[in-house]
Design a binder for this molecule. Structure first.
Ligand code: NOJ
Length: 738
């Protein structure tokens, strides 16, 4: 006993000492950074300070009305540049860093790029990754992107985009995690964690950039760059959580959005950038504007001219200006005139220099420029296989009549139809940096499966008109099964790809109907970057897999799912509408005074149904699951109010994974609340016949909401908990919070 006590004592002392020494080390390096930056700033001229606030473009598209280009070399040599975007490759990066290293104070540049889903190894588009409901996998995918991008000399990505969107017309839904703020927050954390790792000085990590602050995913009528109009409490409850989560996860940077918010352009919003982000959330990194967004405050008719724009944005808290040159031209003058405090400039410069310090660039400006590492890492086996695993997990099974899938061993002859199945460029999706020549298309992967494949384009990729129908049909008649790749092209979603009609082209849909007439089972692979409308196909096809855009390993991943090497487990992170007129469509709508469920004179359409094609969280597997015995268990008397449990059984033919979803409804509240909100999920694997008891702990964060003063409150009273396989198919139980 005595020995034990002293052993515990020693262990306790050791633990305390090591915690203390870790803390001391942290304190020490924090102080070193502060001192270094302070000393450096003391040597900087006003022009050099202003230069740090500028980011110019080294290539790529400059979008928007301002097309101004600054010659970077001259600018860098005068110490007039802080960062460059749109530069790829170690040689290019070195070329500009060399110039910076010859400038008076030798302050290194940061190089940034939109590394959105993988780098040279393409990963599934972010919306597809979100369909996996697998946070570890999503983090690993971002880790891979950072590993490859940093090996190619990059320090910074403009990701993750954490904008919530309820509007499938908005083209950029492909870049986010879908419609749900709770899930979106978890994905935001996973992505920031994957990109930045534990320490920015690790050369396999890069800085993340939460974007776009704020509410960029809610443009009126889904029109890109359009105004946003929402109440502050609506923002706080449904759009804000992922931004806050990314800050809590330690994102190094944030991007101010193009749109206006509460009648102020986001890039001039003191409320969003200074009060909320920097003061309330304690964000320590720097804010970069979206491309030209500071100058565009003039087009918003909020700033009178470039000088006014510069004044409003820097005072609001934008630290770095992307591409337009309002800061470069006018900050000095504004300081002289007393319209901008020098302390505001200093704060922005400090934030930027501190990140350069954390990246280790002052020790060695070329520490990310290692050709040997680039050769070893980029497109390496482990990264490719992570991409393949991520891709398999992103696929969502929407329909599987008569268990057509997985393809049985008796399937010897396949008619493969659809020009999309051979398009490597499309497989990558939009916002891709992937090596197109290294993409495995569906066609190539199928050819390797050792079955007899007859291929036909089916439709023209450019015009979407049916081609060679007769031959396609006669080959389909000869096959055991028909597989049709159809949908959008990759560049139909993404920035500036808002659509007024999200239906799949009617000719593609007709082609499927013609193929169905052959009497053969028709399996549809839906390739898309957003929820799409495809009612004719939904009705006629035997099986449907939503494969989105899956990246470099797309073909292999799809084949693994088709043949059952991987049992699909994805769930839709966005509601799929049945009609354009239903948009914006989302599962967490409010009851209204005339709930839809009451029928008659209620919240519905006169001419189209209100039900979606597929609800949020929907997705099947090759096996089936049954839910039973939902029940309440006591909490812990502290932060866990109550626990809710359910039994789940794999009742089907294969082992498989299920995402058990927990939704909560606050029955009566001081403000109107949605009929349900996702507040937890658990992805588990169950063997054939296995039953598992799943328990969710209900904490404050699952029960509260922001009131009309943007204050987070938890109100006592009645709640309903709902557990199940998607947002509609749920078991319910009541609970009273006392
Ligand atoms: C505009 C986009 O909105 C933003 O997301 C992106 O990071 C910048 N362009 C830079 O490419």
């Amino acid at each position: 006993m005595k020995i034990n006590c002293s052993l515990w004592g020693v262990l306790y002392l050791l633990a305390t000492f090591s915690t203390f020494s870790l803390y001391a080390q942290k304190e020490d390096s924090f102080k070193k950074k502060k001192d270094f930056v302070f000393d450096l700033m003391a040597k900087m001229t006003l022009d050099e300070k202003i230069g740090q606030l500028y980011q110019c473009s080294g290539g790529g598209d400059i979008t928007g009305p301002n097309q101004e280009k600054i010659p970077p070399v001259k600018q860098i040599s005068q110490g007039g540049l802080g960062s460059m975007l749109n530069i790829r490759g170690i040689e290019n990066i070195r070329k500009y860093q060399d110039v910076a290293m010859k400038s008076r104070l030798k302050i290194p540049l940061i190089f940034g790029l939109d590394v959105i889903h993988g780098y040279r190894t393409g990963f599934p588009i972010p919306l597809a990754e979100a369909a996996s409901f697998d946070l570890e996998m999503i983090e690993e995918a971002s880790r891979c992107a950072a590993t490859e991008a940093s090996a190619d000399g990059l320090h910074w990505t403009f990701a993750p985009m954490v904008d919530i969107s309820w509007d499938a017309r908005w083209g950029r839904v492909m870049e986010g995690a879908g419609e749900d703020p709770y899930y979106g927050s978890l994905v935001a954390k996973a992505r920031v964690g994957g990109l930045q790792g534990k320490n920015l000085s690790d050369t396999t990590t890069i800085m993340s950039c939460l974007k776009h602050l704020a509410a960029y995913g809610a443009p009126v009528a889904g029109k890109e760059y359009n105004s946003v109009d929402m109440s502050l409490s609506h923002f706080a409850n449904f759009y804000m959580p992922p931004y806050k989560a990314a800050v809590e996860a330690g994102t190094a940077t944030a991007m101010s959005a193009f749109n206006d918010f509460n009648n102020i352009p986001c890039s001039s919003s003191d409320f969003l950038l200074r009060r909320l982000l920097k003061e309330q959330w304690g964000f320590e990194g720097f804010v970069v504007s979206d491309i030209n967004a500071i100058r565009e405050t003039i087009d918003h008719r909020y700033a009178a001219d470039e000088k006014d724009a510069a004044m409003k944005s820097i005072n609001a808290g934008v630290d770095m200006e992307m591409v337009s040159t309002c800061y470069l031209k006018y900050i000095k003058e504004l300081i002289r005139e007393g319209k901008v405090e020098e302390s505001i400039l200093d704060d922005a410069v400090r934030r930027i220099l501190e990140k350069k310090y954390e990246l280790g660039l002052f020790e060695d400006a070329y520490r990310y420029c290692d050709q040997e590492r680039a050769k070893r890492v980029i497109n390496s086996g482990p990264i490719r296989s992570t991409s393949a695993r991520m891709a398999e997990r992103s696929i969502v099974l929407l329909k599987n009549e008569n268990n057509v899938l997985p393809l049985s061993v008796s399937v010897k002859k396949i008619a493969l139809v659809g020009a999309l199945s051979r398009s490597s460029r499309d497989m990558c999706g939009n916002w891709s940096c992937a090596d197109v020549d290294k993409v495995v298309t569906l066609y190539e992967a199928m050819k390797k499966r050792g079955v007899d494949i007859n291929y036909n384009d089916g439709y023209d990729l450019e015009t979407n008109q049916i081609v060679n129908l007769e031959q396609t049909l006669s080959e389909a008649c000869e096959a055991d099964v028909v597989i049709v790749a159809m949908g959008e092209r990759a560049l139909e979603s993404g920035e500036m790809r808002s659509k007024g009609d999200i239906s799949i082209p009617s000719e593609q849909q007709r082609l499927v109907s013609e193929l169905v007439k052959t009497g053969k089972p028709v399996v549809v692979l839906l390739m898309c970057g957003r929820p799409v409308i495809f009612n004719e196909v939904r009705q006629n096809a035997s099986a449907i897999l939503c494969t989105w855009w899956l990246g470099s390993e797309a073909g292999n991943a799809i084949c693994n799912v088709l043949w059952g090497n991987y049992n699909p487990s994805g769930k839709l992170p966005m509601t799929f509408p049945a009609h354009n007129g239903q948009i914006p469509l989302y599962y967490q709508y409010k009851s209204t005074g005339r709930p839809t469920s009451t029928g008659g004179w209620c919240a519905k359409y006169f001419d189209i149904p209100t039900e979606p094609a597929y609800p949020f969280g929907y997705g099947l597997a090759y096996t089936s699951f049954s839910y039973s015995d939902i029940r309440l268990l006591p909490g812990n008397g502290k932060d866990v109010h109550v626990r809710v449990a359910v039994d789940i059984t794999n009742t089907g033919r294969y082992s498989g994974e299920e995402v058990i979803q927990l939704y909560v409804c606050d029955e009566v509240a001081s403000v109107t609340r949605p009929i349900k909100e996702l507040r937890g999920f658990n992805k588990i694997k169950l063997e054939k016949g296995e039953t598992r008891n799943i328990v969710f702990e209900i904490k404050d964060t699952q029960l509260g909401f922001y009131d009309n003063q943007m204050k987070y409150v938890i109100e006592k009273g009645a709640f309903t908990f709902m557990l199940g396989t998607n947002s509609e198919d749920l078991q319910t139980i009541k609970y009273t919070l006392k």
